[in-house]
Design a protein around this ligand. Structure first.
Ligand code: 9MR
Length: 528
């Protein structure tokens, strides 16, 4: 009887194991990375103390070799294609992990002796932090909470251990050390388990873009590294808009936009220009209050010639006109266009005029109109379709349509499925146009459920949105509107907390990231 009870218990436990557990090779690679991280930090600690660069380099090389061997073995043992496909460049990523650890050692304040002691203390913690990422691999509900728990424990350990190091009063405190640890751990996990999105689309597949504020990237090395690693395309979230770049007649503020373009070029990334004409927001008063059509036409001509002309040949695509339709909650207008100053003074033809001006200023750039809420079929999509047909019939130089894809928000609480999005993209592609998802984010604030289950849903949903683009041949790219939740416009613009992007506030990959990765991997395996 007792044996039966035990067997029943075992069967129950096995049956209740969480679905979607981490694939074996990912898990083994993380475990190996955790070990290596600890070892490297311990080694760093010793050699920082006695300053023996040769021994240190040898130690790093050995750890890197061993890591590469363990990853290769993990991949060889893996049975599923998904995991095997991550194998590409084991040695290179092991070297990068080793370099990240060495950088971390060098960036701590304090004397070499004190740094050495602190690094020695970090070794076991690093292991723990890296291992805590394991649940994330399987997109398991609760992964987020698990990580918070581990971090809280790490903080406590640091608080206990640091005062015992050899730093006296002047060494690093927990606040200096924690970000270093997180950075190494995130790098270790990333290198151990994940070929970046950029690597996955290297040969084929849509562009993977990110909208950025250049100052946020410049002030955060973790952001900069993630951007370089993940993105093939960059959009300026705000700094190329009329208000920021041309705030007063004759006043031009090109610095931040120049920075975006130069940075992208230095990383071999494409640039989407956003945006030349937008009647709704970030339009300076001198434009809003233009007195008549001729004055406004002259302003538009000067603006487009100057901005598009400045970057001619360096910008792959321009959102020439942004949001020509009324806001999704505004009442429709007679001609279906947003009631802005351009339409009021120049008339509905302003869209075609802007396209001609942009073509003249930069003949090489692909010219787009960009709109929200058109991912779902219905009257709004039909209005936009009619506008696009009119533009093409009138011979306007239009190359593409941008689907903003603020999903879960416009329309509120709706998450159109893969087939719906793909059909919407195809409807416009069938007119001979390119299409892109230009501002993707997935709001969760209007969705019920606890946070872990909403994040898990978001992971699967990101996968279907990316798959929708990857399966439509003319869908040239997907840009997310930011990269980490910490920078999302949903927080700054509306003031509520949301988690719409692929990385969390601490730069951990979320289920959303793994959803993107899964869709790109599927596309790569299909040979799209
Ligand atoms: O993300 C942008 C935010 O920082 C600005 O405050 C906002 C207001 O102009 O614009 C946001 O970006 C918008 C984009 O330019 C066009 N589509 C909607 C985006 C979100 O509002």
């Amino acid at each position: 009887m007792r044996i039966l009870t035990v067997l029943l218990c075992v069967a129950t436990v096995l049956a209740s194991r969480p679905a979607g557990a981490a694939p074996p090779c990912d898990a083994r690679k993380v475990a190996a990375a955790a070990r290596a991280c600890g070892e490297l930090l311990r080694g760093e600690g010793r050699f920082a103390r006695d300053g023996d660069a040769m021994r240190r380099a040898r130690r790093v090389a050995l750890a890197s070799d061993r890591l590469a061997r363990e990853w290769t073995a993990a991949e060889a043992a893996a049975v599923d294609a998904t995991c095997a496909a991550f194998s590409a460049s084991g040695v290179d990523t092991a070297d990068r992990l080793a370099a990240a650890v060495a950088d971390a050692g060098a960036s701590l304040p304090g004397s070499a002796r004190c740094r050495g002691a602190v690094l020695g203390t970090l070794a076991p913690l690093c292991r723990r932090v890296v291992r805590s990422e394991l649940p994330l691999l399987g997109d398991a509900p609760g992964a987020h909470d698990d990580r918070q728990l581990v971090l809280a424990r790490v903080r406590t350990s640091l608080g206990r251990a640091l005062p015992r190091t050899e730093c006296g009063g002047g060494g690093p405190g927990a606040a200096d050390v924690e970000p270093v640890l997180l950075r190494v751990a995130a790098g270790a996990l990333g290198d151990a388990t994940v070929r970046s999105l950029r690597a996955l689309v290297a040969d084929a597949g849509p562009e993977i873009g990110v909208a950025i504020e250049p100052n946020e990237v410049a002030s955060d090395p973790v952001y900069a590294a993630a951007l370089d690693r993940e993105a093939t395309s960059i959009t300026a979230e705000n700094v190329m808009k009329w208000g920021p770049i041309h705030p007063a007649p004759g006043t031009w503020v090109f610095g931040p936009a120049d920075e975006v373009v130069a940075r992208a070029e230095s990383q071999g990334q494409r640039v989407r220009g956003h945006t030349l004409v937008w009647g709704a927001l970030q339009l300076p008063a001198y434009v809003e209050n233009a007195s008549d059509a001729d004055t406004l036409r002259a302003m538009m001509a000067e603006h487009i010639a100057t901005v598009a002309g400045r970057y001619a040949g360096r910008i792959a695509q321009w959102d020439v006109v942004n949001e020509p339709l009324p806001g999704s909650l505004d009442p429709p207008t007679a001609d279906g266009l947003d009631d802005n100053v351009f339409r009021r003074l120049i008339g509905p033809g302003y869209v075609a005029e802007a396209l001609h001006l942009a073509r003249a200023a930069d003949p090489a750039a692909k010219l787009y109109v960009n709109e929200n809420g058109i991912e779902v079929p219905g009257p709004r999509q039909d209005r936009f379709f009619a506008l696009v047909q009119d533009l093409l019939a009138a011979g306007a130089p239009l190359d593409g349509v941008g689907f903003q894809a603020h999903l879960g928000l416009i329309p509120i609480g709706q998450y159109p499925d893969e087939a719906t999005i793909a059909a919407s993209l195809r409807r416009f592609a069938d007119l001979g146009l390119s299409v892109e998802l230009t501002e993707l984010d997935v709001a969760l604030v209007f969705r019920v459920g606890d946070l872990p289950s909403r994040l898990a849903f978001q992971g699967g949903y990101y996968r279907s949105v990316i798959a929708a683009c990857a399966t439509v041949p003319d869908c040239a790219g997907v840009t997310t509107w930011g990269l980490s939740d910490r920078h999302t416009w949903l927080r700054s613009f509306f003031g509520f907390t949301d988690w719409p992007l692929p990385f969390d506030d601490d730069w951990r990959r979320k289920p959303a990231y793994f959803g993107m990765r899964a869709a790109l991997l599927e596309a790569a395996l299909r040979g799209d």
